[in-house]
Design a protein around this ligand. Structure first.
Ligand code: PLP
Length: 436
């Protein structure tokens, strides 16, 4: 599978998956997107309900990445990445919930990050070490630290904006013999992201330290997010009467893009619902209208409080290719907090399942689409977060204190960063050089 930049430069060379994940950003300022799309139908159409997630991920990865990842290595990657798996809960004829909250931080992003870390380690066998630098707020930092801890030939630097650094095991820190370096920046998350782009584009420095990134700008995360859509289809296919749709809670649109890749690989999905909260980052997807840089409003689904989605160029590239097809493929819904809360309560009462506010945005959007006249298709709503990460809501809805799994309780423990720096490229480069 080959990758190209979203910036259409004539004669720009295509790169392999390995090069794309190790470079992370093309030099022209764009983002990497697939240039070739393998058809995987012959692999997953024959998988059955008993196929487990690791086996499926290994088969799909080996066939997507032919020539780069042999079946043996792909099995190792899947085995080493996934100690957790998606859980498809079929509610009735019309709806299912795909629960993606089983990972170390209880968030769907664990799936993409875990795969990226494992495949990087595999590619770096017998190679010189690399440094993976990422910007993170809250739990994503923990997800990255977890996925990269103990990975051979990799040092992971995590840039935190102002606020609490938490959820990192002291054993994992480089200075204690681990391979993780948390650095706090006196600035915002956007400042951290900007620093990373500048650092990658400082070719002399980034070549010396072999720097790449584990943020969603890395195509390795998004590619593996296609796998759980295919998993949902395989689990459901025997009971499907009509077509299948997916409802995805969208902030930066990385998850939805994973679904669109799955569709390009042959997943028989008849549509996707881009479920947003009132921040509505894609004011009009079909018209390619990205939200503006207005400041986001705080809602009860904070991961969707985005007004200027970072994957916009990637999403736009689908529309540029086939605008009419995409118009039919993706519909949008905007769900307010009141509806989100009512949906959590209703899903609990009706099905006995506690979903988090992000999953509720997806489920509310799914219901709205399903209420159209003559609609008989099945909709899978993606529950992207674990309800225990919102203990107050859980307690209020169930009438009992939330049971918080130990791994999620650890997320709340504060940690001390290895350095605190100003929002400045030179300060960052100095801190990195000093941590060796
Ligand atoms: C990040 C996140 C989302 C949004 O995913 P995007 O890929 O940014 O669209 C949804 N739900 C949860 C719980 C998240 O953490």
């Amino acid at each position: 599978m080959l990758f190209k930049s979203t910036v259409k430069t004539n004669n720009a060379p295509l790169v392999t998956f390995k090069d794309a994940i190790l470079r992370c950003l093309p030099e022209d300022g764009g983002l990497y997107i697939p240039a070739t799309v393998p058809d995987l139908r012959r692999f997953f159409l024959y998988m059955d309900q008993d196929t487990n997630y690791k086996e499926m991920a290994a088969t799909l990865a080996a066939n997507l990445l032919q020539g780069e990842l042999n079946p043996y290595s792909a099995s190792w990657v899947a085995e080493s990445a996934f100690s957790f798996e998606p859980d498809l809960k079929q509610l009735d004829e019309r709806f299912s919930i795909l629960d993606l909250g089983d990972g170390p931080t209880g968030v769907f992003k664990d799936f993409g990050i875990a795969f990226l870390a494992a495949v990087m380690e595999e590619f770096l066998k017998n190679a010189s070490p690399v440094m993976v630098i990422s910007a993170a707020q809250g739990d994503i930092g923990t997800s990255i630290a977890n996925a990269f801890h103990k990975r051979k030939n990799i040092i992971a630097v995590i840039l935190y904006p102002q606020g609490l650094v938490r959820g990192i095991d002291t054993e994992a820190l480089l200075k204690n013999g681990g391979n993780i370096i948390p650095i706090q920046v006196n600035g915002s998350l956007d400042d951290c992201n900007k620093l990373i782009a500048d650092l990658i584009h400082d070719r002399e420095f980034s070549d010396r330290y072999r720097i790449t990134c584990a943020n969603a700008i890395n195509p390795g995360r998004l590619l593996s997010q296609a796998f759980y859509y295919i998993y949902a289809f395989v689990k459901l296919k025997q009971s499907l009467q009509d077509a299948l749709l997916f409802s995805v809670p969208c902030g930066n649109f990385g998850n939805l893009i994973g679904g669109l890749y799955a569709w390009k690989f042959g997943l028989p999905a008849s549509g996707f619902i881009a479920a947003q909260n009132s921040n509505n980052p894609m004011i009009d997807i079909a018209a390619g209208i990205r939200g503006t840089a207005r400041s986001p409003t705080a809602t009860i689904s904070p991961a969707l409080d985005i007004t200027y989605p970072s994957n916009w160029e990637r999403l736009a590239s689908f529309y540029e290719e086939t605008p009419a097809v995409m118009k039919n493929m993706v519909t949008q819904r905007v769900i307010d907090d009141k509806t989100t809360m009512r949906t959590i309560e209703d899903v609990w009462k009706r099905y006995g399942i506690m979903i988090d506010p992000h999953g509720a945005v997806a489920f509310a959007a799914a219901r709205d689409v399903a209420s159209q006249k003559g609609f008989y298709d099945h909709i899978v709503a993606l529950a992207t977060g674990h309800a225990a990460n919102y203990p107050e809501i859980t307690a209020k809805v169930t009438g009992k204190p939330a049971v918080i799994p130990e791994r999620l309780a650890l997320l709340r423990q504060t940690a001390t960063p290895c350095a605190v720096i100003e929002n400045d490229l030179f300060a960052l480069e100095t801190a990195i050089a000093a941590s060796y």
